[in-house]
Write a protein of this length. Sequence first.
Length: 301
Amino acid sequence: MTVAAAASQADLAKRPQFGWINGLKAGAAQLIVLHHLAFYGPMSDYVQPLWPALLDWLGGSARIAVQVFLVIGGFLVAKSLSPAGRPGIASPVHAIWRRYAKLAPPFLAATLLAAVLTPVAGIWMQHDSMSAAVTLGQLSAHALLLHGVLGYESLSAGAWYVAIDFQLYMLTVSLLWLGGRLAGQRRMGWLMPLAVTVGIVFSLLYFNLDADWDNWAPYFFGSYGLGLMAWWASDPARTPRAMTALMAMAAVPVLLALAIDYRSRIALALVVACALILFGRARTPSQGRAWNIVNTLGRIS
């Protein structure tokens, strides 16, 4: 690391952080790790008789913590791509490529590591959670973030989320681009919130009711769209009436979906979105041991 890079990171560490977001991410990440430990691998087989209720909860219900990442993902993408909720994006292809370049290298490194270590681990143990021998097609599908769509087994427990995150980002970029084409030179400030609301409705009332769609972005767009709406609804530049309208546009479809078919994961997504509307933009100190731990865990989650 160069002196300039080190100085830049040190300066970043001193700036106020989105501490509440980092705290949510840190807590959710620990639950996801515990879920994987309880659901995969041989350790859970030995711990299950000691704490059966805890292991059952971690292996099942704890996985809904991923909703925290989906909602926060939408929140931060709105901040990055369309802070004011206006349609249009300057270079959609460049934005998508930049996202891929951010996600792919660490993901591919982890995938290759898993591909190499899995047969090595197979020398010492046999377990249902062990992947089969890796094929070139499987590696290629992972490299393109299409493993779930093409029906390949994931080489690591969280591989599906990376692919879904990329799909959701592409879907958001596409909506912004299409909105920009439709709006032209007109401002049409309500076009994107309306488009996202429609997306939330279709996601929660159709796609999210069918697990066969869980390798595709529309299945998860209800939660992700709540994050987008939470950023726009919390914009202090908006009038109270506009903020209230945006909150209603986000909440009403979710409440309707829960009334039709209650899903705890969607209820959690709504709670997280409400928390982000209230506290998501709040900056917290980056100094102090507690905040340093929270911010560090949040950044690496």
